[in-house]
Design a protein. Sequence first.
Length: 277
Amino acid sequence: MMDLGLRAHDIKIFEDVPHLARELNQLGFKYVQFAPRVSLQETTNSGSNVSFGLANQVKWDLAKYDIQIAVLGCYVNIIDPDQAQRNQALTLFQDYLSKVKTFGGILVGTETGSVDPQFNLTTDNYQSEVIDLAIHQVKKMALTAEKLGSLVGIEPGVNHPLHDLTTTKKMLDQVASPNVKVILDVVNLVTRENTDIVSIIKQAVNLFGQEIYAFHLKDFQMKEDRIQVVPVGEGIADLAGALKLIQQVQPNAYVILDETPQENFTRSITRIKQMLD
């Protein structure tokens, strides 16, 4: 049976990791994507002040309930049009790379950001110079990860410079680092023209399957040409087909429920288990 993980802040428990760990354990989750900026917003000044001691405490609070951090979330805008903000984002990410092992993890995850600081949907992110800037930033992150023995996890999505699988492959080829991996949230790559998540996963596996570190899992409907996330089993995503394929290409892969409303955890887990039977 495939173990499942959860984006920790989808459980609305903040500033209390022992309580969070108990709830995760009771729900049957084995690992999490943990973002200090959200789960410990007050303690860490929105993720900007994370000490080694705090990282170690989080690790042990989770370990008491056999919970592991699969992804340490540090989602920053590495292509912010303001260079000072861009540098600050890169510095923060590098700091997380230095502390991820103290958290009990290995990989720090982010998207590649947006030229719009408000993250409104814009094709300006697809311009060649913007993509080149994103790749340049990832190269810097990779150098730090290589020195520290940690991993950079990049999550592509249609509202970012790495907006499709081909561009993601370009990034991997140009960065050429064994310390850069992909967090594949397939629904974030769905377009009006292609809503077939199984075919998107197949293409990703063919292009860079060995570099996929984790999969995000969620269901969706199309509303006025835009994606609307819905509880597992209530949308149009072929999640059964996706899970079957993931099991074939990466047995016991990290599969993290993403954007799942708290009131739907139990129902979503039950439906996923039925899909896996």
